[in-house]
Write a protein that binds this ligand. Sequence first.
Ligand SMILES: Cc1cc2nc3c(=O)[nH]c(=O)nc-3n(C[C@H](O)[C@H](O)[C@H](O)COP(=O)(O)OP(=O)(O)OC[C@H]3O[C@@H](n4cnc5c(N)ncnc54)[C@H](O)[C@@H]3O)c2cc1C
Length: 405
Amino acid sequence: MTKNFTNWSGSITFKPSQWASPTSVREIFKLIKKARRHGQTVRPVGSGHSSTPIFSTEDTLLSLENLSGVVSSDPERGTARVLPGTGLRELGRQLADHSLAMENLGDVDYQAIAGAISTGTHGSGITLGNLSSTMIGGRLVNGLGEEVPFGTEAGENEDDDLLRAVQVSLGSLGILTSLTLRVEEAHQLHRQNWITHIDWVMENFRELIETNRSVDFYWYPRSDLAQVRMLNKPGDEPDLTPEGEPYSYLKKDLTGPNYEVIPNDRALHFEEMEYMLPLDTDLSAFREVRQRVRAEHRAEVGWRVLVRTIAPDSAMLSNAQDRSTMTIALLQNNTLPFKRYFDDVQPIFWDFGGRPHWGKKHTLKSGQLAELYPEWGTFQQTRRELDPDGVFMNDYLRELFGEES
Ligand SMILES: Cc1cc2nc3c(=O)[nH]c(=O)nc-3n(C[C@H](O)[C@H](O)[C@H](O)COP(=O)(O)OP(=O)(O)OC[C@H]3O[C@@H](n4cnc5c(N)ncnc54)[C@H](O)[C@@H]3O)c2cc1C
């Protein structure tokens, strides 16, 4: 009898017939070859923080938890080679031992690096790309059970088409076994969390994103207040703060290594929908979302709406591909209904050409997605070449990619 797998938010449960936690790449070769012979599916999983069924399988669920840690670093080139199951928190600690650090991080550090990269996990900052864009090379095991190097590990540069396909690939091209990351010198960040009225944030949004290294804000629909998080290298802080504004106060003020200062602890579990929109539409989409939430959902929305920015990149399925990006996320406590709220607000994101976060709730399928991603067809072709028998496909991915079963 095997046990059920349930994701972090609790909305996805399935029962794999086998849980595998290989301790070597050789074991992964064997596992994939065996699955292929028997016409079975293998789905890799990180820490299970996604809330779309991208990892679901009734066959083999493959955890990389035993392949973890920083293997080597090259401080002069600003790179580090890491194993796929390394948790982001542990990665921060181990990079610090090499006097190095990730360029940026998202809201939490519970994810495994390969899981975070596979869905385009991002933090905030107009000059800071998502985590996937920092992967400049690596190795994967394809659907034939063969090792395939890409990017710098294949002697290629950052324009390598295979690298650009793998950077955001939802575990559909193969099992990542080694990742070469572009990293920065270890650095301190000064974090300030201000509470203020949303009107102040909307009036100053452009200046805030242009003068802070990283800034994001939460809007609380019931109070109409906002929490603005600003992160800067000590000494680089801009003058603009809401100090003295009505309702404003400094809620958090701390300085430390980036991997300790950026992430938050999340005790409250929630469901989330997040869309990536062109930054040049400014806060137009947010204004519509705010209006819609206040008119229709204020009573049922338990939590908040998060706005962030991302620098453009070149990954084929990156939702920040080739455009400076602004993101809007709806967060709802996982004990409260989310479907009516998310379904009602989602069309606003579509009107602005929004691309969904691959690891969060959305309802788009291949037809709509193909229009949002200029290299959709190239990605699908690469996937069929690397996994001709669909070892990495599950029902959800088949529908998402428009693949016959
Ligand atoms: C509390 C919370 C906070 C979050 N904050 C942010 C945020 O700030 N920014 C953001 O962008 N997102 C955020 N997310 C979303 C989250 O970062 C993504 O869903 C991420 O992919 C989860 O990482 P994971 O390790 O749990 O991977 P999983 O959810 O387990 O898997 C994600 C994908 O990676 C694939 N995968 C895993 N390991 C491998 C491997 N070795 N080789 C190939 N494919 C693999 C899986 O098959 C799957 O397709 C948050 C989610 C939660 C629950």
